[in-house]
Design a protein around this ligand. Structure first.
Ligand code: BG6
Length: 506
């Protein structure tokens, strides 16, 4: 998908400085620096790049580089000798204004005579409680101001997820950010939008004229979105996760974004504003739950539990998780998008940890033909229910599959389900670029199409909050439990109405 919105970067030759706050953390080592190395490897940067790591851990640049070198793949390691000298580490001490003044000076020194023209990307790979103080300190030191009419000397801020924990905190964060930055300087990241298979949803819908005419309630019976994970709490993550849960960690961002891409109207262009205008309309068209009872009927939350006789930790035995925790590690929702295109079509969303299979997919089920001429006794019940489905396999085994009915050779009319498929690995050789590689470049090029706008984040939280408030209403059922390695609690099956089929296995 071509989303570049024009000449928004200065001429080649002027350096860009990527300033990573939280430089000693996991995200920098596992995602950001490898993404920078890959962009260097594929000569994707338009000019020289300097990377300045900022964190409290006392160390020097060489120690930081040595630390980072451990996370590189052999291919990334090949460009490291050229890249490493452009990496610098600045310890931030107690984050006083004097520390920021020193950081400012270091950035100017590194830029040399081009300090006035250098573009600066401040990447907040920090815990959420540090977003506001960091932006305030950068603003107080005069590091965020830039002229919107000049291509050179730009200043942008990338904000990692979670963007708040509910509507009120997201609104507050937006207020603080907008106090010091224009919206076009703010890049709220959702790494799902950087996935190639996710970008392909729009390309598939709007570059192929055969699908759009049937992309509506007239032809589509249901939309299912899955992000199923087999991992649980990776080392040390339990304490953070327990404050979030699946609704906040996955549903309010990645899942809502996938839903928007499936449900949005064609944008006028691929410009950031045009695309985000359409996405936010979908979020605003999400039908609010009427009351707590409506939430209980249309959502299921659950926790993975240790099975009798098993030794594997259930959620409550994970490090950092309180024994009485009611935080959900699984959530499934039956949502309704109330607009002309989608009224009456259920959107079934499911995500969970420690499930039996890791896969992310979107399954579009088309309506059955009005008259059932062919289905003889041997035709499968499933095929009769939904003879055509379109599956976007987002990960792993990335691809697209369309299921349809064929007549089995022989007497009578016995139907079988067949499939047309496309696998990324068959059509495209080489590596699929990981999300951060693309998103970093887009932020450097001033292209915000694949980033979340402030109003979008707020609309998603509004919906998530309505579910959470149902869950905390008096009389709300406590979370169900599910076995590690299962596909979640059986109660989630009841979100499907009897004639609609059920959760997909791919
Ligand atoms: C993150 C969540 O945003 O996305 C994690 O915080 C989750 O809990 C991860 O595991 C999933 O991302 P991916 O790209 O592995 O599907």
């Amino acid at each position: 998908m071509h989303t570049d919105s024009g000449p928004t970067t200065p001429a080649a030759g002027i350096p860009t400085q990527i300033v990573i706050f939280g430089a000693s953390g996991d995200l920098a080592a596992r995602k950001l620096i490898p993404a920078i190395a890959d962009n260097a490897r594929f000569a994707a940067f338009r000019g020289p790049v300097q990377v300045i790591g900022v964190a409290r851990t006392p160390m020097n640049s060489q120690q930081w580089r040595d630390e980072l070198a451990r996370s590189l793949t052999p291919a990334q390691a090949q460009v490291w000798p050229d890249l490493a000298p452009n990496l610098h580490y600045v310890p931030i001490g107690d984050s006083s204004l004097a520390d920021y003044a020193r950081l400012h000076e270091t950035l100017d020194d590194l830029a040399g005579p081009l300090a006035g023209d250098v573009g600066r990307l401040f990447y907040l790979a920090l815990k959420p409680s540090l977003f506001v103080p960091t932006v305030e300190a950068l603003a107080a030191e005069g590091m965020l101001a830039c002229d919107s009419l000049r291509l050179e000397g730009w200043r942008r801020v990338v904000v990692e997820k979670p963007f708040g924990t509910d509507l009120a905190t997201a609104q507050w964060l937006n207020i603080v950010l907008r106090r010091h930055l224009r919206e076009d300087q703010i890049y709220r990241i959702d790494h799902y939008l950087g996935k190639e298979t996710v970008q392909n949803i729009l390309a598939f819908r709007f570059e192929n004229s055969i699908f759009e005419p049937i992309w509506s309630r007239q032809h589509i019976e249901s939309v299912e979105i899955n992000v199923c994970e087999s991992l649980g709490m990776e080392a040390g993550r339990g304490a953070y996760y327990d404050t979030a849960g699946a609704l906040r960690d996955m549903m309010a961002n990645h899942m809502m974004q996938l839903m928007c891409l499936v449900a949005m109207e064609p944008p006028a262009s691929l410009d950031a504003e045009a695309v985000r205008d359409e996405k936010v309309k979908v979020l605003r068209a999400l039908e609010p739950f009427r009351d707590a009872h409506d939430v209980w009927t249309n959502s299921v939350r659950a926790q993975y539990a240790r099975s009798p006789g098993e030794t594997e930790a259930g959620y409550l035995q994970e490090q950092g998780v309180p024994l009485q925790s009611q935080t959900e590690t699984f959530v499934a929702i039956r949502a309704r998008v109330h607009n002309w295109r989608w009224a009456g079509v259920p959107f079934l969303l499911r995500t969970g940890k420690r499930l039996g299979k890791r896969f992310s997919s979107i399954v579009i089920r088309f309506r059955a033909p009005p008259a059932d001429l062919f289905s003889g006794p041997a035709a499968s019940q499933m095929a009769r229910l939904r003879p055509n489905e379109l599956v976007f396999r987002i990960q792993p085994e990335e691809g697209i599959r369309i299921g349809f009915q064929v007549k089995q050779p022989g007497p009578g009319h016995v139907m079988r389900t067949a499939a047309l498929g496309f696998d990324y690995k068959d059509l495209f050789d080489g590596e699929t670029p990981p999300p951060y590689q693309r998103l970093l470049l887009d932020a450097m090029h001033g292209n915000a199409t694949l980033f979340i706008r402030g109003d979008e984040a707020e609309a998603a939280w509004k919906f998530a909050d309505s579910i959470r408030s149902g869950w905390s209403a008096p009389g709300a059922p406590t979370p169900w439990t599910y076995e590690i390695g299962s596909m979640g609690p059986t109660q989630a099956n009841a979100l499907w109405h009897p004639h609609e089929g059920g959760w997909s296995q791919e």
